[in-house]
Design a protein around this ligand. Structure first.
Ligand code: 5GP
Length: 132
């Protein structure tokens, strides 16, 4: 099992932001900004564009809901979305609350938050997701 599958299965701890039977969302461990969240399919697939049309459509709808929850929890101009996948070979969508274009620059130094802050951030997003 790859590392993100283990996270979705609860075998490796993560700061859970949202989930359903097919997808899981959790905080990026090295965030660009507070609220930087990853959405993944529970199913093991590396390259997002290998997903079938209906699966990637459901994945995007899930990410949309997570983005709405992030914006409700952490007011921002917009939540940006990015797909890289060069580090972890399990499809994932980055969702990043943006106050400016620079917040979505992956060359920026990553932020560091305490475990308590990460827990509170995830809980705030999770709470908003439950309202949708
Ligand atoms: P990418 O594959 O899109 O280039 O980058 C993978 C992202 O996953 C990075 O932003 C990295 O910080 C994050 N990441 C890698 N390993 C872990 C992990 O074990 N837990 C969490 N929460 N995030 C991770």
């Amino acid at each position: 099992m790859d590392i993100f599958s283990k996270i979705a299965a609860g075998e490796i701890p993560s700061y859970k932001c949202a989930e359903n039977e097919e997808f899981y969302a959790f905080l990026d461990i090295n965030p660009l900004v507070k609220g930087h969240t990853l959405c993944i399919p529970r199913r093991e697939v590396d390259y997002i564009f290998d997903m079938e049309d209906d699966e990637i459509a459901r994945f995007q709808v899930f990410a949309k809901k997570v983005a709405i929850a992030i914006k409700a929890a952490f007011p921002c101009i917009k939540v940006g979305e990015a797909v890289l996948g060069l580090e972890v070979p399990h499809a994932h969508i980055h969702l990043v609350p943006m106050q400016s274009e620079n917040d979505l620059n992956f060359r920026n130094e990553k932020k560091s938050f305490s475990a308590e802050e990460m827990q509170a951030t995830a809980a705030a997003i999770f709470s908003e997701f439950q309202k949708l």
